[in-house]
Design a binder for this molecule. Sequence first.
Ligand SMILES: C[S@@+](CC[C@H](N)C(=O)[O-])C[C@H]1O[C@@H](n2cnc3c(N)ncnc32)[C@H](O)[C@@H]1O
Length: 280
Amino acid sequence: MLSYRHSFHAGNFADVLKHLILINILEYLGKKEKPFTCIDTHAGPGDYALDSEFALKNKEFENGITRLWQRTDLPDSVAHYVKVIKEFNNTETLSRYPGSPLIIKQFLRNKDCLFLYELHSTEIQLLTAAVNRDRRIKVFHADGLKNSVGLLPPKEHRGLVLIDPSYEIKSDYEQVVETLIQMHKRFATGTYALWYPVVDRSRNQQLEKAIKSSGLKNVQLFELGIKTDTHEHGMTASGMIVVNPPWTLAPEMQQTLPWLADTLAIEGAGKYRIETLMGE
Ligand SMILES: C[S@@+](CC[C@H](N)C(=O)[O-])C[C@H]1O[C@@H](n2cnc3c(N)ncnc32)[C@H](O)[C@@H]1O
């Protein structure tokens, strides 16, 4: 049974990096006339109240979106990300945080579409209510890793798959790579964005090794850390592994990640990685 609830973590430093990269990719996809398809394999509930008892338990958003909200010296990509979150709040007061489904929804044109998967029985109800009968969006109460592969390739051969597991089940680390390989066989030109946490660095090393020997090409990694790696303090960093990234992403992250690592660091321990795992 799944027990992970993203409401405890919404708007934290990991969401900042994940959603900033998501926005860069969506912007890029929206530049061409041709329609695109998005698949969000682990959608979550979509809409988070930051005054809920979940969010207030550890106030993780305070070391994420809150630190950026009022600043006037943001790098361009961070300014754009904050603008998207402000538009969602529709006021200068930060009270809600949009999950990936509602961020993607903001970028959909009439011709684009979005497929959302969520397994948790409570989250799926919240998600269905949050996307609110949009004809461009289909919501499935199903396993996003197993079931979304069959949707590929999309008709127009343009699109993004966001894979954002909670890694509650340790086999997720292997399953995400197997799924990426299957997806890539069906849709080699698609963009894939895989989120990962750094809790036990040896798991990340295995994940990166598996990606490097998977046969996937054109793979970049972007990571943001706020604490020194340790086995005791939970998540110290998180990152996104992106297959077929827009060419705009790496230069944007070169500007953004050093700044974010300084700004969100705890006790000066901020760090970042920008690496090409596999060339083109
Ligand atoms: C990290 S949260 C998603 C957050 C969301 N993508 C965002 O950025 O706002 C992961 C979600 O995946 C769900 N989940 C776990 N395993 C799943 C699976 N195999 N298929 C679909 N959803 C799954 C969990 O219930 C949880 O809501």
